[in-house]
Ligand binder design. Structure first.
Ligand code: FAD
Length: 442
């Protein structure tokens, strides 16, 4: 059959349906709400925003998520079209009136002659046909079980445990140094896999005090069930004892500080390379529920990170997502079951905008396939392309955690003729992206 079936009518599923229908393909969306609910959704509308009512920065000249807005508009995206209609004043952010927004997306979809919506929960991976799975962070249990059976237990996660990610260039290497513990690893790549930040006893005590005092986000009821085994937040570790971190993720063993070879560090924070480009590093073992403002305050106390800028801050959430770097091809198809694509947050992107962007891409790719064509992904110089390149290949598969769009995912622009100002540099990224995205659309 030439019909495209989409499971889940959230941000990604709605956008995927819209894009495919605009390519002339017949679409059925299978949405379980309102029959079956989730702990976060309140309505039966498509594209419901479950928490914040903001699509974040709309600055498409110097912000990566604003650039993603620009690209989605250029591609005729439904989510951006309706966000513009229901926009609320919010400075540089694209905030919307959430209920009318979701009602309009639903109405636009239902009015499209090529799209129909079937309100039902799908509980098993389909055997044949053309499918996109866009069931999001709160994918229903039965379907998650079926995905798990097809992909392997290791390849499907039910929580994210996100350690903060730092731009490599913002780490002060006159204080920090590169070395893997006990100098493990032969290749140059392995030897540049870790950055180490040393703390003296006073700095460690000060850090623990700040950590204990920091403001935390509370877990929602039912959110933590069966979770806390492997992956405690750092503040919980610190609450168990002031020394716990020093014998855990901050242990100073197997490392020699070349800046001060005679001084043994009291504790060390390790950062591990997070992408092949080497532009992003994550703070190893530093998953946290601290509020965002508190995280930057606390982490700036770590020597070497005084001026760090963060590509993303840490968090722990209920979040169903697959290990896309190992499971998906660059057409977003499950390698083992190529009639099934994945889109949205379940692919390991995070956020309304990123999820909708992955829906846009999956919808267009699936439509092309149904018409006997192949649509290549946009190049990594674009925001959409940077995301898809990251999740299907650029990210380290072993430590894969959900990712927001950010300039660290883009191929770096060489700052020839001296260091450009940050704003100019981001403008260079977004100019390059817009040209590349326009060419891809053409
Ligand atoms: P969703 O928008 O969740 O859509 C998935 C759809 O699939 C849902 O409608 C669901 O009912 C349906 N579904 C699930 N299983 C089945 C099934 N078996 N059969 C049929 N239908 C099914 N992002 C932000 O940008 N800002 C925030 O403030 C924010 N806060 C969040 C707070 C919480 C508590 C959670 C859980 C997530 C939050 N997110 C936030 C992430 C946000 O939910 C996602 O980025 C975005 O909604 C993902 O889009 P999606 O289309 O992948 O999934």
């Amino acid at each position: 059959s030439k019909t495209l079936h989409i499971i889940g009518g959230g941000m990604a599923g709605s956008e995927a349906a819209w894009q495919a229908a605009h390519q002339g393909v017949q679409v059925v969306i299978h949405e379980m709400r309102p029959q079956v609910g989730t702990f976060a959704h309140r309505t039966g509308h498509l594209a419901e925003m479950v928490c914040s009512n903001s699509f974040r920065s709309d600055d498409h000249e110097s912000n990566a998520v604003g650039l993603l807005h620009w690209e989605m508009r250029a591609a005729g995206g439904l989510i951006m079209e309706q966000a513009a209609v229901h926009r609320l004043p919010a400075g540089g952010a694209l905030a919307v009136d959430r209920d009318p927004f979701a009602e309009s997306v639903t109405a636009r979809i239902k009015a499209h002659p090529l799209i129909s919506v079937s309100y039902e929960e799908i509980t098993e991976l389909p055997d044949d046909g053309h499918w996109i799975i866009a069931t999001g962070p709160l994918t229903s249990g039965a379907l998650a079980e079926s995905i798990r059976a097809a992909t392997g237990a290791e390849a499907l996660a039910f929580f994210d445990a996100i350690a903060p990610i730092v731009y490599a260039e913002s780490v002060d290497m006159s204080v920090a140094w590169m070395q893997s513990r006990y100098d493990k690893g032969e290749t140059a790549e392995e030897q540049t896999a870790y950055i180490n930040c040393p703390l003296t006893r006073e700095q460690y005590e000060d850090f623990i005090d700040a950590l204990l005092a920091a403001e935390k986000t509370e877990f929602k009821e039912g959110e933590t069930a069966g979770y806390f085994d492997g992956c405690l937040p750092i503040e919980v570790m610190a609450e168990r004892g002031r020394e716990t971190l020093r014998f855990g993720p901050m242990k100073p063993v197997g490392l020699t500080n070349p800046h001060q070879p005679d001084v043994k560090a009291y504790a060390v924070v390790q950062l591990r390379r997070d992408n092949k480009l080497g532009t992003l590093f994550n703070m190893v073992g530093f998953q946290t529920k601290m509020k965002y403002g508190a995280q930057t305050d606390v982490f700036k106390r770590i020597p070497g990170l005084t001026n760090a800028s963060f590509a993303r801050l840490g968090g722990i959430h209920r979040n169903t997502f697959i290990n896309s770097p190992t499971l998906l091809d660059n057409q977003m198809r499950l390698k083992s079951h190529p009639h099934i694509r994945f889109a949205g947050q379940i692919t390991g992107v995070e956020g309304y905008v990123e999820s909708a962007a992955m829906g846009l891409l999956a919808g267009r790719m699936a439509a092309a396939e149904i018409k006997g064509e192949t649509l290549l992904p946009p190049p990594p110089e674009t925001a959409t392309g940077a995301l898809i390149t990251h999740i299907t290949g650029g990210a380290e598969a072993k430590t894969f955690q959900p990712m927001n769009v950010n300039f660290g995912l883009f191929p770096p622009i060489n700052a020839k003729g001296g260091r450009r100002g940050r704003k100019d540099r981001y403008k260079a990224y977004t100019d390059r992206a817009k040209d590349a995205f326009t060419a891809w659309l053409g």
